[in-house]
Write a protein that binds this ligand. Structure first.
Ligand code: FDA
Length: 513
């Protein structure tokens, strides 16, 4: 067996060999542990301290391509040398799969230099490279137009490559669907190094990369997206209610309203534990109803009065602003210059983080909600929150098989569980991981069953992992059906067709049949 040192040398030789006439240095394209900047390049897109530990497996080589040929060469040389392959865009994968591989040796292709965005206002479309962030995309759209937007996620530092290929839900998704629903073309490099667009890759592969996770199929270079109309003025509000202020009844009622209300309105709920105002040191639950309405205040108020009067929304709770200002508002960046959307890092990168997800297909009873609050109030961990994201509207009009993302008609809302901590060390790690897993088990009676569905972009390796070698379809179905439902079989067919040797594999990649 070749040692790591041999593989390392062979990969470099192979790579340089691809560019014999290169009259520029490849030193800012290839990084190995011998380079002084290797650690900072690796660290630059690590967004979760769980995967920044000294014991986390590190890549033998990082490639930061400047041109497509560098990616083609990296695929070729990684295959030649039997190396595992990871591609990283924004680095937000909940399980670090874009830069950690427990199967070593591995190489990372980091698309940090693939950030270009071209907006075509006349045709309401854009080309966006995978290494851009959604904040950059929103900024570039707003620079050109006040009445165009795009339905993708809320956190501006999320990368386009992972986000679009795994779904992409955000504040205007009830009106326009998810990011993956609004992709009209893409360019990718396949396992044989060919550069393909929608026409040359064919409809099966084009289908698979819109929600099936890009990493199983190739390296997606750039996406052609359809921009969507947004009004010049939108309205936002945040209404906080504790248990003492009737939160249980309001959350209960919300479940009957949020997926059915006018498509222009999205009301999500953050559930947090806070100190009770009674100053007796008691803890209570606070439900924050956070909302975007695609229209002005004078239309929103009567709509809320008709559909959700219980919340008691008042004029002074609401703020009118432009769509791009609402992006800052939901990212807790209100008051900052728009240029803050161009930042690739944020303070949450400094936390250890574990996330999980669920789908509600029936309302949880008031009694059920009270049991959940009780469990949360007693939690031995500090910074936990969960979030209810309503579906319905456009989300349920699109068929379950249109793209691999299957959570459509019949889904009331998505639940995102997020646990953050700062204390280092194994006992802190164990305490937090154990608790969130226990809470997830506790939630089982209240959420979807057979399968208990999950959202790919909230990746969770607790749902199951591939073997180091090939994994059977049956084994992978344990987690695959949760993410993709009836689309999992077709994904495996596409995978078998386009990557029969299973080169593009990770702990939760699509298996070959
Ligand atoms: P990253 O680079 O880690 O890639 C994720 C996966 O995609 C990896 O498997 C990677 O190999 C693969 N990949 C990346 N680029 C690729 C390419 N060019 N070709 C092929 N494969 C590629 N989601 C949501 O729907 N709505 C939201 O509002 C949010 N908000 C949010 C906030 C925060 C703080 C986090 C950490 C995450 C979210 N997410 C989210 C989840 C987010 O959509 C998900 O983690 C994305 O996969 C992240 O994409 P990145 O490119 O940043 O990740």
């Amino acid at each position: 067996r070749a040692t790591s040192a041999h593989i390392h040398e062979n990969f470099l030789q192979c790579f340089y060999h691809q560019f014999p006439n290169s009259n520029y240095s490849l030193s800012n394209v290839i990084y190995t542990p011998r380079n002084a900047s290797y650690a900072s390049v690796l660290q630059s897109s690590i967004r979760n301290q769980r995967f920044a530990k000294p014991t986390t497996p590190k890549p033998l080589v990082i490639v930061t391509p400047l041109q497509e040929a560098h990616i083609q060469a990296a695929i070729y040389c990684a295959r030649e040398n039997g190396m595992n392959f990871r591609v990283r865009s924004g680095g937000h994968d909940f399980e670090g799969l874009s830069y950690v591989s427990y199967a070593v040796p591995f190489v990372i292709i980091d698309l940090i230099n693939f950030q270009s965005i071209t907006i075509d206002v006349e045709n309401s479309t854009a080309w966006v490279q995978s290494g851009a962030t959604i904040g950059q995309l929103y900024y570039r759209i707003a620079e050109k137009s006040k009445t165009l937007g795009f339905p993708a996620g809320v956190c501006p530092t999320v990368g386009v490559g992972g986000h679009f290929s795994g779904g992409g839900f955000g504040m205007i998704s009830r009106k326009y669907g998810i990011a993956a629903d609004n992709i009209i073309d893409a360019r990718l490099i396949d396992v044989n190094g060919r550069i393909l667009d929608r026409k040359s890759m064919g409809e099966d592969l084009f289908w698979a990369i819109r929600g099936g996770g890009g990493a199983s199929f190739g390296v997606i270079l750039t996406w052609h997206i359809k921009l969507v109309p947004v009004p010049q003025i939108v309205t936002v509000f945040t209404v906080n209610k504790t248990l003492e202020q009737n939160a249980t009844k309001l959350v209960h009622r919300w479940q009957y309203v949020a997926d059915k209300v006018d498509n222009n309105l999205l009301i999500r709920i953050f559930i947090r534990r806070v100190n009770s105002s009674s100053q007796d040191g008691r803890r209570t639950i606070q439900a924050s109803f956070v909302s975007l309405f695609l229209g002005g205040l004078d239309t929103l108020l009567p709509l809320m009065q008709e559909s959700f009067p219980e919340l008691g929304l008042a004029r002074e709770d609401c703020i009118e602003m432009s769509w791009i200002e609402s992006i800052l508002y939901f990212a807790d960046l209100s008051g900052e210059p728009l240029e803050v959307l161009l930042n690739r890092t944020s303070s949450i990168d400094q936390f250890f983080f574990k996330g999980k997800s669920d789908y509600a297909v029936e309302p949880i009873s008031e009694d059920g909600l009270e049991q959940i609050w009780k469990e949360f109030i007693a939690a031995p961990v500090e910074t936990f929150e969960f979030l209810f994201n309503p579906y319905g509207g456009r989300m349920s009009e699109i068929s379950k098989i249109e793209i691999p993302f299957p959570h459509r008609y019949g889904t009331l809302y998505n639940i995102h569980y997020g646990l953050y901590w700062v204390e280092k060390g194994t006992s802190s790690y164990n305490k937090h991981m154990t608790w969130i897993r226990r809470f997830y088990s506790f939630m089982a009676p209240f959420v979807s069953k057979s399968p208990r569905s999950a959202y790919l972009n909230y990746r969770d390796l607790d749902l199951g992992e591939n073997n180091k070698g090939n994994t059977s379809y049956a084994q992978a179905s344990i987690w695959g059906l949760k993410y993709f439902g009836i689309n999992f079989k077709r994904l495996a067919h596409v995978k078998t067709m386009v990557d029969p040797g299973n080169f593009f594999k990770n702990e939760q990649s699509i298996p070959i049949l």
